[in-house]
Design a protein around this ligand. Structure first.
Ligand code: GDP
Ligand code: MG
Length: 313
């Protein structure tokens, strides 16, 4: 495919177009992903998650500057299904990150509800693959830490940063358990508002309760608005990266991820192909009517459908 060749030659337009194709579940997507795969696996993936308004985008904005100073090229995928803006455009992010848009070492992409068509987490993961193949050194995925799909998205990152705000806004008790578990680094943003020491202490205490050997996530006060504490966050990220790579955890995490991805893909392929096969071969109206009128139960109806398309078991 021509666009893939253009991508390999460094075309940003091709990058944008390919992400749109995967986001829209284009029929050529599988072929695209297959062709890109040999060129992936080199980028380091950083997940940033937290409640809406915690300051994730502001932090990403600052991290971009830090990463560029350190000579890394960066791709950003901002996933915000809660965004009221349609078409995947997250206006605030666009405006704030505008100055970076002129930097060819940075590529920013927002994904809204549009990507949810074929599963938001899969769309985001595929967008990561495209940026990876393009050659970005770092890929930052910003997600709102609200639902399972967001947790799934950051679950694919090598290092995950959980952004909290001082107690009052985000009391530690209300932090979702799943979120606490995925954090490799905790940021208490808006430290200028006061109360951050308490939140840092509370989160640190929670982390110490776990008594797990290995990496102890640092808890860092940050003022994203002014860039304070961002250099320390960058250092912590690089330290975590070294930690993963020196202990062999990097490979084992990626292997785990590969297994998960394979399982999800099989599930997706079976689901979409079986369903398509059923819909194109069989008119479902009668069966649905029969179930609605309680003349047939949905269990036997589902089994009957699979039999009729010769599903092998
Ligand atoms: N006081 C204060 N406000 C901040 C800070 N960081 C971000 N904000 C503000 O918090 C609001 C939400 O920030 P944003 O980055 O869009 O949060 P996101 O929804 O998590 O991406 C914006 O009005 C920011 O200006 C900070 O360090 N201190
Ligand atoms: Mg944001």
């Amino acid at each position: 495919m021509e666009t893939v060749q253009e991508l390999m030659r460094g075309s940003r337009r091709a990058l944008a177009r390919l992400i749109t194709l995967v986001e829209n579940n284009d029929p050529r997507k599988e072929e695209i992903m297959e062709r890109l795969f040999p060129h992936t696996g080199k980028a380091y993936l950083i997940g940033i998650t937290g409640s809406p308004g915690a300051g994730k985008s502001s932090l990403v904005d600052r991290l971009l500057a830090e990463a560029r100073q350190n000579g890394s090229t960066v791709g950003v995928i901002a996933v915000d299904p809660t965004s009221p803006f349609t078409g995947g455009a997250i206006l605030g992010d666009r405006i704030r990150m505008q100055e970076h848009a002129l930097d060819s070492g940075i590529f920013i992409r927002s994904m809204g509800t549009r990507g949810s068509l074929g599963g938001l987490s899969r769309a985001a993961r595929e967008a990561v693959q495209v940026m990876d193949a393009f050659g970005k050194d770092l890929i930052i995925i910003e997600t709102v830490g609200v639902g399972q799909s967001e947790i799934d998205i950051v679950g694919t990152a090598d290092s995950t940063v959980v952004v909290l705000t001082p107690a009052g806004g985000d009391s530690v008790q209300t932090i979702k358990a799943g979120i606490m578990e995925i954090g490799d680094i905790f940021v208490v943003n808006k430290a200028d508002l006061g109360g951050s020491e308490r939140t840092v202490a509370e989160v640190s205490m929670m982390l110490d309760l776990k008594e797990e050997p290995g990496w102890r996530p640092p808890v860092l006060p940050v003022v994203a608005l002014r860039g304070e504490g961002v250099a320390a966050l960058w250092q912590a990220l690089m330290e975590h990266r070294r930690y993963l790579q020196s202990g062999g955890l990097f490979e084992s995490r990626r292997r785990e991820r590969a297994g998960r991805e394979l399982g999800e893909l099989v599930e997706f392929l079976v689901k979409s192909r079986v369903w398509e096969s059923i819909r194109t071969q069989i008119s479902l109206d009668e069966l649905i009517e029969a179930i609605a009128l309680r003349r047939q139960d949905p269990y036997s109806a589902a089994r009957e459908l699979l039999r009729r398309i010769n599903f092998p078991f």
